[in-house]
Design a protein. Structure first.
Length: 304
């Protein structure tokens, strides 16, 4: 199986979901193409109420932004909007572009990130630093981060309970921390303290899904972090809409788009596999706005 890198400096990645789908991808060593610069606008900035959460700089081009029909009945003047972002996997520039697109006011609004901040992508250190900074500024109620299976694999690795992390893109994470003179061990306590679920406004946020044969109170940690088919193929009706990541939506519908079904919304659109990073606004059990950002080099990098 060939890698899609354009030159010898590209770093090839060919296991995990990419191998299961028969597709490989690469991270270019440097490729500033298909980015757009977002300098601070005149008269804007922190002192004048600019809600940009990342520093001005190059951003990947927003692939799509869509307002759903259900958005028509939303009163924009009301505070407390609810947003969610799928698996980031070290894709820092894409994360910043999604934040720019969603433009939440986190002093009033709520953001849930469904886990898998690290691994496979090039900038895990920057992603974790930015998110922890946001939580310090706005509090963990307004910026909630769930633990994903990749954070759990890192915890298991350093506690001597498993080697799976070695086979799931940890080399990119370690390189990112090393580039900044840091070690991931400094964030292990943070990962361990991340919640596994969050309920808000009729939504239940979780990294992987729920075991349909158990009540919410009886869920096993492993299922919350790892479950796949048993969850999304189930017809069980829960008293909330479940928003989850973990399983790339390409696996579900052969497209890198968020997927809404009766009772759940899948938002891992496979950025690190060459798809896009997606953020959504949520209201009344449905997506009301979608912001998707293509991987920074503009190529899907897949080989069929």
């Amino acid at each position: 199986m060939a890698c899609a890198g354009k030159n010898a400096a590209d770093r090839c990645f060919c296991h995990g979901w990419s191998r299961l789908l028969g597709r490989c991808y690469s991270f270019p060593a440097q490729n500033p193409q298909n980015t757009v610069s977002h300098p601070a606008a005149p008269g804007h900035g922190a002192e004048s109420g600019d809600r940009r959460l990342c520093a001005p700089g190059p951003r990947p081009v927003v692939l799509s932004t869509a307002a759903m029909e259900s958005r028509q009945n939303i009163d924009e003047s009301q505070p407390g909007r609810l947003f969610a972002i799928g698996d980031i996997h070290g894709c820092y520039l894409e994360f910043c572009a999604v934040l720019d697109c969603l433009a939440p006011d986190l002093a009033l609004d709520y953001l849930v990130i469904v886990g898998d901040l690290i691994d496979r992508g090039p900038d895990s250190y920057e992603v974790v630093r930015k998110i922890r900074q946001m939580q310090t500024l706005y509090g963990t109620d307004h910026v909630t981060v769930l633990r994903g299976n990749h954070e759990q694999m890192a915890l298991d690795y350093f506690s001597g309970e498993g080697e799976w992390w070695n086979f799931n893109g940890n080399e990119f994470t370690l390189a990112s921390y090393d580039k900044h003179g840091a070690t991931i061990q400094s964030d292990l306590d943070y990962f361990a303290g991340l919640p596994l679920t969050r309920e808000k406004d009729g939504f239940l946020f979780v990294h992987a899904g729920l075991n349909p044969h158990r009540s919410l109170e009886q869920q096993d940690e492993s299922d919350l972090l790892w479950i796949r088919e048993a969850f999304y193929n189930s017809r069980k009706q829960w008293p909330f809409t479940i928003v989850f990541g973990h399983t790339p939506t390409y696996v579900l519908v052969r497209q890198d788009v968020p997927v809404s079904r009766s009772g759940w919304i899948a938002i891992d659109t496979g950025c690190v596999y060459g798809g896009s990073l997606t953020g959504v606004e949520l209201h009344n059990g449905a997506m009301t706005r979608i912001c998707s950002v293509k991987r920074k080099d503009g190529r899907n990098g897949f080989v069929d």
